[in-house]
Design a binder for this molecule. Sequence first.
Ligand code: ZN
Length: 218
Amino acid sequence: MLNPVVEGQSFPHAVGKIVCVGRNYAEHAKELNNPIPSSPILFIKPADAAVPMAPAFAIPHDQGSVHHELEIAILIGKPLKQASEADVLSAIAGVGLGLDLTLRDVQATLKEKGHPWEIAKGFDGACPLSDFIAAGKISDWTQIPLSLTRNGQLQQQGSSADMLFPLLPLIAHMSRIFTLNAGDVIMTGTPAGVGPLQSGDELIATLGDWLRVTTQVA
Ligand code: ZN
């Protein structure tokens, strides 16, 4: 159970479900030879997927490659159901970074068989999360930059400007399918540059000038 940290304060609710979108950046869909979706591809990670991103996090070692997918993570502060974009804006408690850890070989086998992705995406520890900044710091939700450096090499760099389904309407859409509650986290898709992690990797993840997370793969 993880209670997120918002601006140095422990959030009063533990992380609940984590609602994620696949292929929300065209360049990432292309790098995995996936078609560009016409509607959001949604999936959920359970609460036990959430772990702190820093100072270190663990990855599974016996199930093939584990890919990093750095994403903008949104912490929900109050219930949303059939929400408008204005409702979404008033319900966001924080903005941070998440890693949508993915067992890529397992996922490829599941996709081949037409099976659900859960075990590739929803295992314990599959969603390292940073601390969150207050939503009020964001003046333009369509211009949020993020980047991931691995062992000194820039791996992923993107901006919410490049999302196929922009953040506020995307969360409104999610709330028409799943009620979102305080403590739920939204993972908003990954830009291109995903790749495998190894034990000992040193990572630096940034969210504009607001957050800079230094961490290590245990
Ligand atoms: Zn993802």
